[in-house]
Design a protein around this ligand. Structure first.
Ligand code: CP
Length: 307
């Protein structure tokens, strides 16, 4: 993991995933560890973000490094026509690590090929969001006590929702059973279903949420308005699923409701006070997990595990 970019969750093996989760637990136990005092991290957000950017910046600050970057590409020279390649080459001269969110699928891989320093993908279009996946795994392990043999329901926008794509790939190491709940316009893309079939991982597709009594994790997602080319299509599907508190009656005690956030209306606020609602804690876990990812890439693993 040392000095290696994190572009797709498939860049990490099962053991590397588990190592990051181990480091995240160390940071949760003691978050302030200024081990990167001499380092600069660039945070380049070409697309809006609240959680990913702020939790990365919190992680960087808690590790003692400094942050440079922009939160809106309109304040960068991108508006003058500067290419992503040139931007990344320049920023590589300034920082020891680059965290980047960009609306184009494949942009993170491209950036990692141009950069002289590791690049962490903070979301590239509808493609991948690997750091969200690692924090989702951390949250699942923390609440279920294991990552193995779980029934995972994924609900909502499974076509454009990059978090479900990354999470599905990561969980494939841990013998899951998937239930995909989506309208046909937002179904899980074919390539991910082929991925599962090739690995013999069972999945079921359904249009209704139905009974949730066998679910361990209910992973709700927002319909990604910004990725629709046809606004009428968005209008047709935007309210496809709304989880209400009453729907959690009869579910397993250990069931947890996760959501990468932001939510719009797919989880009614009456769920928030249910002890099975875990999405705000999940977002908090993002800080520890991102500290773990940065620590692994910056080669702090030995120092952390020996202290
Ligand atoms: N979960 C997530 O990526 O949230 P933000 O878009 O606010 O970063």
């Amino acid at each position: 993991m040392k000095n290696k970019s994190l572009v797709s969750i498939s860049d990490y093996s099962r053991d590397e995933i588990l190592k990051v989760l181990e480091l995240a637990a160390l940071f949760e136990a003691r978050p302030n560890r200024p081990l990167l005092r001499d380092k600069v991290v660039a945070s380049l957000f070409f697309e809006p973000s609240t959680r990913t950017r702020l939790s990365f910046e919190t992680a960087i600050n808690r590790l003692g490094a400094r942050v440079i970057g922009f939160t809106d590409s309109s304040s960068s020279s991108t508006t003058k026509g500067e290419t992503l390649k040139d931007t990344i080459k320049m920023v590589s001269n300034y920082a020891d690590l680059i965290v980047m969110r960009h609306p184009l699928e494949g942009s993170a891989r491209y950036a990692s090929e141009q950069a002289r320093v590791p690049v962490i993908n903070a979301g590239d279009g509808a493609n991948q969001h690997p750091t969200q996946t690692l924090l989702d795994l951390y949250s699942i392990k923390k609440t279920q006590g294991t990552l193995d043999n779980l029934n995972i329901y994924m609900v909502g926008d499974l076509k454009y929702g990059r978090t479900v794509h990354s999470l599905l790939m990561a969980l494939s190491h841990f013998n899951p059973t998937f239930y995909f709940v989506a309208p046909k316009e937002l179904a899980m893309p074919r390539e991910y279903k082929i991925f599962l079939k090739e690995r013999g991982i069972p999945f079921y597709e359904q249009f209704e949420m139905g009974k949730l009594d066998q679910a361990d994790i209910l992973y709700m997602t927002r319909v990604q308005k910004e990725r629709f080319s046809d606004p009428m299509e968005y209008e047709r599907v935007k309210n496809a699923y709304v989880l209400r508190n009453a729907m959690l009656a009869g579910t397993r005690d250990k069931l947890r409701v996760l959501h990468p956030l932001p939510r719009v209306n797919e989880i009614h606020v009456d769920v928030d006070s249910n002890p099975k609602a875990y999405y705000f804690e999940q977002a908090e876990n993002g800080v520890y997990t991102r500290m773990g990812i940065i620590a692994a890439i910056m080669g702090l693993e030995a120092e952390l595990t020996n202290n």
